[in-house]
Design a protein around this ligand. Structure first.
Ligand SMILES: [Fe+2]
Ligand SMILES: [Fe+2]
Length: 465
């Protein structure tokens, strides 16, 4: 097999011998990791998958049956813009960085490693899910997400190996050594150490946690370090499908629950009660909010000043790209009370990005609530307040109710079971998870999708078992 066949790319890999050697050394370790930590029990099955083959807006992907270990994890960057400029921060308007600027080397490596670490982590979290798939359509979507997260790891490893020399290669190896949920060598971010072992968790994860990925990638797609910007721009193309899986997955669960509510007791009928869905939303939404980092952050200010990480749609949405003078009002806990504080805008950029994210999540909630309304159900789902159940930032270490009001630790403890999935809730959900693998059949707790994949019907045999 020639090089392009093994590692499809648009980065001129065959010309760069040093990078080629580094990647070829990393490839077998990656494949070992995939066998050990990728989807368990399905490695030899033919799956109807989308593979990235170029970056052309139309025709960038090819759909066909592939065995997952044979998936062609490629390296694709959006084409370079010859006179790209740094779009924000202290060096606004200067030529974009084509190599890593020495003074920002550590910051940039940290950004790339932190993003890179999430990609294999999610594959690890989802490793067992295939065994309890609600349909072949869903099974295929799970595997599509998994192989693309694998490709995103490749994208980050490319940057590390190409631009960071020896320590980049070490970081690339370490990305295959950490393990989601492992107490000795956990993944870097906590949401990526949480178990994701049933499909309700999976849909919440792809809705809320992959959506954090969209916002992080969007902020990095603005980066003045051009290779990073171009890499993230292309990853976003794939990421849209992951959020689609979560958003429509939850919508289908909500729809089925609503149908069963009209027939009788949802539990007795084998569905997922609305309050359990709400608790899962609360859990994953709050963990995903943590991924944006502290509300007040000198890192966010430094990354912005250096032109490394911008705001969501920096060029489209904003006129002032320097942001030296503006301030941001936020609530912080002081002497046991919530008080307003004025923060320099550059230090509040994590919160600014988080606010964009929350707005996007609300659209999902509106869709699911429309489904409830269409089914004639009066109950509604909602997002918890952003201070609820936080482990990172200003609100970590304090307790808030579901609306974001400050409460005591005792009260939180007493009411926790109203707001977050209990052991019994999790066990109940797990008790519903039985594989349904006949083409065209679907589990009882979820409604079928409105359409299939790539014009194929729902009944199509998306995975050949
Ligand atoms: Fe990803
Ligand atoms: Fe993703």
């Amino acid at each position: 097999m020639n090089l392009y066949e093994r590692i499809p790319n648009n980065v001129n890999l065959s010309e760069d011998k040093k990078l080629q050697r580094a990647l070829e050394k990393w490839l077998p370790n990656y494949l070992d990791w995939w066998q050990q930590m990728g989807p368990d029990g399905f490695q030899q099955k033919d799956v109807y998958l989308r593979t990235a083959i170029s970056v052309e807006p139309d025709g960038w992907a090819n759909f066909d049956f592939v065995k997952m270990p044979d998936y062609r994890w490629g390296i694709f960057l959006k084409p370079a813009q010859p006179d790209a400029k740094i779009g924000f921060g202290d060096n606004y308007g200067q030529p974009a960085y084509q190599e890593v600027p020495g003074e920002f080397r550590n910051s940039l490596r940290r950004i790339i490693v932190t993003q890179g670490d999430t990609e294999p982590a999610s594959v690890e979290q989802q490793r067992e899910l295939g065994k309890t798939c609600p349909s072949l359509y869903d099974l295929r979507n799970l595997f599509q997400v998994n192989v693309e997260e694998g490709r995103h790891l490749w994208a980050m490893v490319y940057l590390l190996q190409r631009y960071f020399g020896r320590d980049g290669r070490d970081e690339a190896d370490a990305l295959l050594e950490r393990r989601s949920g492992n107490p000795d060598k956990p993944r870097i971010l906590e949401a990526f150490n949480q178990p994701c072992d049933d499909w309700l968790n999976f849909f919440c994860f792809t809705m809320f946690t992959d959506r954090d990925g969209k916002y992080q990638l969007s902020a990095l797609a603005e980066s003045g370090f051009e290779p990073l910007a171009r890499t993230c721009q292309f990853m976003l193309t794939e990421e849209a499908h992951h959020m689609f899986v979560g958003d429509t997955g939850l919508n289908r669960v909500v729809k089925r629950t609503a149908q069963l509510m009209k027939e009788g007791d949802v539990r007795e009928l084998g569905g997922i009660p609305l309050d359990i869905i709400q608790k899962h939303i609360n859990f994953w939404f709050s963990y995903s909010l943590d991924l944006f980092g502290g509300e007040i952050s000198s890192n966010s200010a430094d990354f912005f000043a250096a032109g490394l990480k911008g705001r969501y749609k920096e060029q489209e949405q904003y006129e002032d790209h320097i942001v030296a003078e503006q301030n941001f009002m936020m609530k912080v806990v002081e002497e046991g009370q919530l008080k307003e504080r004025e923060v320099a805008m550059r230090n509040a950029l994590n919160e600014v990005l988080r606010t964009e994210y929350v707005r996007d999540c609300e659209k999902g909630l509106a869709r699911w609530n429309k489904t409830l309304a269409d089914e004639g159900i009066s109950e509604r789902l909602f997002l918890p307040g952003s201070r609820f159940h936080r482990h990172v930032g200003e609100y970590a270490g304090h307790h808030f109710d579901i609306e974001g009001n400050l409460i005591s630790a005792e009260e939180f403890e007493q009411r926790k079971a109203e707001w977050l999935p209990t052991m019994a809730d999790r066990e109940y959900v797990r008790s519903l998870m039985h594989p349904v693998v006949d083409p065209g059949k679907i589990a009882n707790w979820i409604a079928p999708p409105a359409t299939g994949i790539k014009g194929k019907p729902f009944e199509f045999e998306y995975v050949r078992l």
